[in-house]
Design a protein around this ligand. Structure first.
Ligand code: MSP
Length: 649
């Protein structure tokens, strides 16, 4: 039976503004999934979106839409990005999928029944962008230790997970199984920063967040987003459902690949939950490094204001999926951070893809077409540097495999490109263009070109997990199947007489200076576009005389009744009392206040504005509001209790 290989990416927050840093984890997983499929393994590759929580709730409210209407287009964009990058997953899970929701509820129920979840009061610091709780000691200068942003003190009734109980087992797990969490530096981080001090129980429910999965035993609470999110790794396989065949087949996962900032959740919270459920643990968690810009994590919220082209859609459109994937897989040393610049990207793809690989392929094809009528020449006798080239090509699979077992795509690609360089050197050593001039050396010319074509074939097969397009085209040009697999890596399988086609250059060479200038223009245009979208700076109004101000009559009124204006989403109709006088007033505040909230409020009103009718309702005044940057309105009210009708001066 084929070996099972279950691999996952983290599920993405539906935040939009996707950048090349987001592509990193998933492109590596895709290369690993493709590699293991080519190894003949039974692979299941999972990715998806993490859709609940306060952040989404707030963003949707800001736009005045339901959370799901806010999320859906962002999820489509993300799927488009994976399509563009040729990422082939087996399931795209959304935490709003019904089967996931049901599974999370089952998990909570089970942990509640076993006593691992209990009710208490929560008091702690919450970072909304990271959706993470912190104790006072963990804060850095009073701010979130992960992202440096403000945190809010929150107090509420909450259910807790007995995380503290699992600290000794987690410590033992790291000791007994050094494979479990990698690289080793992450183990030290977990032990020194969290486990040594002992773990606190984790608050795993919220009453203030409505956009979440209701707990089955207490519907006033929703599930904490990280428990909801982590559960995706087993809910996607039908854990605990009527049909858990995928779970039985694929769990435990071979690998959860995640960015280093979320190792804490994967290496502490997740195994503890699985221990509490009595389920096996994933075999390996790897915390990779970040793509940096100007030394900082490339991120949508911190806006790395640099002239770097980080938009994956634009990059793929200009340079192709193979080039973008190649850069991500080759350039960033695995496990460490790597700086991203337009220049590094272009230099890398020019040097490796256009020069080394492109030249080897085109020179080999051209010489076979010119000298042998486009037919593979006979293999011939081995002599000179042949043995070395053949050994390099034959030994390549083992090197790639060893590197991929260590998840090290840069090393695997380094090995492939070392063989490509060896083959280019072989051309210089054997000088086929001179052999072609001497009819007595035709057999030798044939042998040289055979060795080159066969090396190109082997290299193409081994590049298949990394580059989804070019290797297939190279293989087809040698009359081989574009899907040629790892069972065809023996040197000498290319058949004499097979047709060889001369392809147009598979990777164009880019003029780096010109491309950088273009990229800078594109980024500047995008930044200008974004600025336009931001609220324009308010124009200062001209100075007025005191007499002019005196013409405005402002009074405090008390809202005695309030209802929505029919057929309008924006308007409320208030009945406002000013001493003995009662007026009808219409205000555009329905998005920010409910009619029930309005009743009893003291508001400041311009009372000498000419009356108007709004949506057919008489308005005899204007209620004053303050407007924040996002356009949200807040009523202006007297700071101390005053009688209705009081004048405002
Ligand atoms: N929703 C959580 C994960 C829950 S998993 C149970 C999350 N989502 S995320 O959208 O913020 O991140 C998704 C992946 O993108 C993470 O692996 C993260 O590390 C990665 N990256 C985002 N920016 C990155 C860089 N600048 N560089 C490399 N990877 C980075 O976290």
């Amino acid at each position: 039976m084929a070996k099972k290989y279950y691999i996952t990416t983290p599920i993405y927050y539906p935040s939009g503004n996707w950048h090349i840093g987001h592509c990193y984890t998933t492109v590596i997983c895709d290369a690993l999934a493709r590699f293991h499929k080519l190894m003949g393994e039974d692979v299941y590759f999972l990715t998806g979106t993490d859709e609940h929580g306060q952040k989404v709730e707030k963003e949707a409210a800001k736009r005045g839409v339901e959370p799901i209407a806010f999320i859906d287009p962002l999820v489509s964009e993300l799927k488009d990005m994976w399509r563009l990058l040729d990422v082939k997953y087996d399931r795209f899970i959304r935490t709003t999928d019904a089967d996931h929701v049901a599974c999370v509820q089952r998990i909570y129920q089970k942990l509640y029944e076993s006593g691992d979840i209990y009710k208490a009061e929560y008091s702690g610091y919450y970072c909304t962008p990271c959706e993470a709780f912190w104790t006072e000691n963990q804060l850095k200068g009073g701010r979130c230790p992960d992202c440096g942003r403000e945190v809010t003190l929150q107090k509420e009734e909450s259910y807790f997970f007995r995380l503290s109980k699992y600290a000794p087992r987690l410590l033992k797990l790291y000791e007994d199984d050094p494979e479990f969490l990698q690289p080793a530096s992450r183990v030290n981080e977990m032990v020194n920063n969290f486990l040594k001090a002992g773990l606190q129980d984790l608050s795993v429910s919220r009453t203030t967040v409505k956009w979440g999965i209701p707990l089955p035993f207490d519907q006033r609470h929703t599930a904490y987003v990280w428990i909801d999110a982590l559960s995706n790794y087993i809910s996607a396989l039908g854990y605990g459902s009527g049909d858990d065949s995928l779970y039985r087949k694929y769990w435990p996962a071979e690998l959860h690949l995640v960015g280093k900032e979320i190792v804490r959740f994967h290496a502490i919270v997740w195994p503890a939950i699985l221990m509490a459920l009595g389920e096996p643990l994933p075999k390996r968690i790897y915390g990779h490094g970040w793509l940096l810009i100007g030394g900082e994590k490339l991120s949508k919220s911190k806006e790395n204001a640099r002239p770097e082209l980080t938009d994956p859609y634009e990059l793929v459109k200009r340079y192709g999926a193979d080039a973008v994937r190649y850069y991500l897989l080759r350039e960033i040393p695995f496990g460490s951070d790597g700086e991203y610049t337009n220049e590094k990207f272009l230099t890398r793809i020019n040097a490796d893809l256009a020069n080394d690989l492109g030249n080897l392929v085109s020179r080999t094809q051209a010489m076979i077409v010119q000298n042998f009528g486009g037919k593979v020449p006979p293999r011939g006798k081995e002599e000179g540097p042949d043995g070395e080239l053949i050994a390099a090509a034959e030994g390549l699979f083992e090197k790639v495999k060893r590197a991929m077992d260590a998840l090290n795509a840069p090393e695997a690609l380094g090995a492939v490109f070392a063989v490509i360089s060896r083959a280019n050197k072989y051309i210089d050593e054997t000088t086929p263009w001179l052999l072609a001039k001497d009819p007595a050396k035709r057999a030798r010319l044939g042998a040289v070109l055979y060795n080159l074509a066969e090396t190109v074939r082997i290299v193409a097969v081994l590049l298949r997990p990394f580059l989804p397009a070019a290797p297939g085209r190279i293989l087809s040009s040698l009359s081989r199947s574009p899907e040629e697999g790892f069972d065809a890596l023996t040197f000498g399988m290319l058949e004499e007489g097979a047709a060889v086609e001369k392809l147009p250059p598979i990777f164009p060479r880019f003029d780096i200076k010109k491309e950088i200038a273009e990229a800078e223009k594109l980024v500047a245009a995008k930044q200008a576009e974004q600025k336009k979208g931001e609220a324009p700076a308010k124009e200062k109004k001209p100075e007025i005389a005191f007499d002019d101000f005196g013409k405005i009559e402002l009074r405090v009124g008390e809202v005695v009744a309030c209802e929505r204006v029919k057929k309008s989403e924006k308007l409320l109709h208030e009945t406002v009392r000013f001493g003995d006088e009662v007026r009808s007033i219409v205000s555009g505040i329905a998005k920010y206040y409910t009619p029930e909230e309005m009743v009893g409020k003291k508001v400041v009103v311009v009372t000498n504005l000419k009356p108007v009718k709004l949506c057919g309702v008489l308005s005899e005044g204007m209620v004053l509001c303050a407007e924040d940057k996002e356009g949200k309105l807040s009523l202006v009210s007297p700071e101390r209790a005053v009688e209705s009708g009081a004048e405002v001066r």
